[in-house]
Ligand binder design. Structure first.
Ligand code: ASP
Ligand code: MG
Length: 402
C-alpha cells in the first residue's frame, strides 16, 4: 500500500473557504491512486484563543486540563475537513488521537509521540476511506489526553509518516517553501528546490517559520522525505531529504540571520581548568541561551579573553550574573548590543575549499567588519553590526550565486 501523508497548517484550514480549497487538494491527490492520510492543525488563531481562556481561569492552569482544552482546536478542523470531503463524495472520517490511539510520553504540554497503533487506520484505508487525524495531540499511558509542543502538528505528521511507512509527507502551509534567505527581507531570495535535513536544521532562523524544528529532527532521524508547499498556490515547493538524494547542489544553500543579539566580552579572565564551565553554569541555570563562544589563546598562560553572544533581552541579566559570580575572576566586561549573526549554510562546503575566504572577501568588499567568527561542518557564521545585515546578506547572496 503506497501512502502519502498530507499535513495542513493553521492558515491552510483557517476559514471555511480554505477548508473547501483543501477538499479539492485532497481530491487531486486521490487521483494518483495512493492512499492518503490527512493530518490537520487547528484553524489559525484557535489554539491561541483557547490558551487565553486558560489564563483567564487561572494563572496556574492545571496542565492536564490545559491539554484537554487546547487539543480541541484540532478536533474542530478535522471534523470540518471530513465533513467537507463527505459533501463532495469522498469517504472520510475524523480520527482523534485516542481513537487510534497515538501514544505519547513526557509531561503535559510537551509530550512526544512514542507509538502509533496502525490497525484501525489501515483497515479504514483498505476500505477506501480518507482518515483525517488530529495533529498536536495524543494520549499517555494513563489514558489522559496530551499535547505536543506548540506547532506540534508537524511532529504528528512526521511520526504518522514514519509509522505508516509513507512515501513522503507533504506539509501544506502559507509559504511556497524554504527560501535562500527571508524573502520579506531580501526580495531576490529564491525558493530552494531541495535541501538536506542538516541544512534545514541549521537554517533555524528561516526554517523555524516553515516547520517546527523538533519535527525536522524527527524527519531526519526517520529519513522521511518532506515536501513543503503552499495550499494557496499550486506550485512546486521545497523537498527536505537526505544528503544522498540531493541531485544538484550549490556550494551554499542558504543564508540565515539573527536580529537581536548582544556580544559580551570578558577581558583578563584567569585561565585555569573549569573557568568556562564556571562562567556558563549560572547562565544555563537561568535559561539564558548562549550562542557563539570564542576564547582567545592566553599568551602568558595566565589570562585570556572570552567572548560570547546572548539575546538582547538577556543582556542585563547576563551582566548581573557575571558580576556577582564569585567563581570567576576577570578584569573588565564589555557589552555591545545590537549585533547580528549571519550564517551561510551548505553541505557543499564540506568538499569545496575556499568558502570561508570567499565569504570574508565579499564582506570586506562591502566594508563590513567581522567581530566574531564560528564554523561548523556545513555552516560559517559571522557576527556583524545589526545595521549592516541587509548589505551583508545582499553581498553573500551575490557572491554565492543564490
Ligand atoms: N494548533 C497547534 C498550535 O497552534 C499545533 C500546530 O499548529 O501545529 O501550536
Ligand atoms: Mg503550525
Amino acid at each position: 500500500m503506497k501512502i502519502v501523508v498530507l499535513k495542513f497548517g493553521g492558515t491552510s484550514v483557517g476559514s471555511i473557504e480554505r477548508i473547501k480549497k483543501i477538499g479539492k487538494i485532497i481530491h487531486q491527490h486521490l487521483k494518483t491512486k495512493k492512499k492518503i492520510i490527512v493530518v490537520s492543525s487547528a484553524m489559525s488563531g484557535v489554539t491561541n484563543e483557547l490558551i487565553n481562556k486558560t489564563k483567564k481561569v487561572s494563572d496556574n492552569f492545571i496542565p492536564s486540563e490545559y491539554d484537554v482544552l487546547v487539543s480541541t482546536g484540532e478536533q474542530m478542523s478535522c471534523a470540518l475537513i471530513a465533513g467537507r470531503l463527505n459533501h463532495i463524495g469522498i469517504k472520510s472520517r475524523s480520527w482523534l488521537s485516542w481513537q487510534i490511539p497515538i501514544l505519547t510520553e513526557g509531561d503535559f504540554k510537551k509530550s512526544r509521540i512514542t507509538t502509533i497503533f496502525k490497525k484501525k487506520i489501515l483497515q479504514y484505508l483498505k476500505k477506501g476511506g480518507v482518515p483525517i487525524i488530529t495533529g498536536f495531540q495524543g494520549i499517555n499511558l494513563e489514558n489522559r489526553i496530551t499535547t505536543l509542543e506548540r506547532g506540534g502538528s508537524d511532529a504528528s505528521a512526521i511520526m504518522i509518516a514514519k509509522f505508516f511507512n509513507a512515501e513522503k509527507c507533504i506539509i501544506y502551509t502559507d509559504v511556497e517553501g524554504v527560501y535562500t534567505t527571508d524573502p520579506n527581507f531580501l526580495k531576490k531570495a529564491k525558493k530552494i528546490k531541495q535541501i538536506s535535513y542538516e541544512e534545514m536544521l541549521e537554517m533555524s532562523s528561516l526554517g523555524a517559520k516553515v516547520m517546527q524544528p523538533a519535527s525536522i529532527q524527527d524527519a531526519r532521524l526517520n529519513r522521511i522525505n518532506v515536501d513543503v508547499r503552499s495550499s494557496f498556490v499550486n506550485k512546486e515547493g521545497t523537498l527536505i531529504t537526505k544528503k544522498k538524494n540531493l541531485s544538484q547542489y550549490k556550494i551554499i544553500t542558504g543564508i540565515s540571520f539573527t536580529k537581536n543579539d548582544s556580544k559580551i566580552t570578558l577581558l583578563g579572565v584567569v585561565d585555569k581548568p573549569g573557568v568556562a564551565a564556571s562562567i556558563f553554569e549560572p547562565l544555563s541555570k537561568n535559561f539564558i541561551n548562549v550562542d557563539m563562544v570564542v576564547q582567545n589563546i592566553s599568551s602568558d598562560g595566565r589570562q585570556t579573553d572570552l567572548t560570547f553572544t546572548v539575546r538582547n533581552d538577556d543582556t542585563i541579566k547576563t551582566e548581573k550574573l557575571l558580576k556577582k559570580n564569585k567563581n570567576i575572576n576577570f578584569k573588565k566586561i564589555l557589552i555591545k548590543k545590537n549585533v547580528s549573526k549571519i550564517s551561510i549554510i551548505g553541505v557543499g562546503m564540506i568538499t569545496t575549499p575556499g568558502v570561508t575566504y570567499r565569504m570574508f572577501k565579499a564582506l570586506a568588499k562591502s566594508r563590513i567588519n567581522i567581530q566574531v567568527i564560528s564554523t561548523s561542518e556545513i555552516k560559517i557564521s559571522v557576527l556583524i553590526n545589526k545595521q549592516l545585515i541587509r548589505k551583508a546578506i545582499n553581498a553573500l547572496h551575490n557572491e554565492f550565486n543564490l
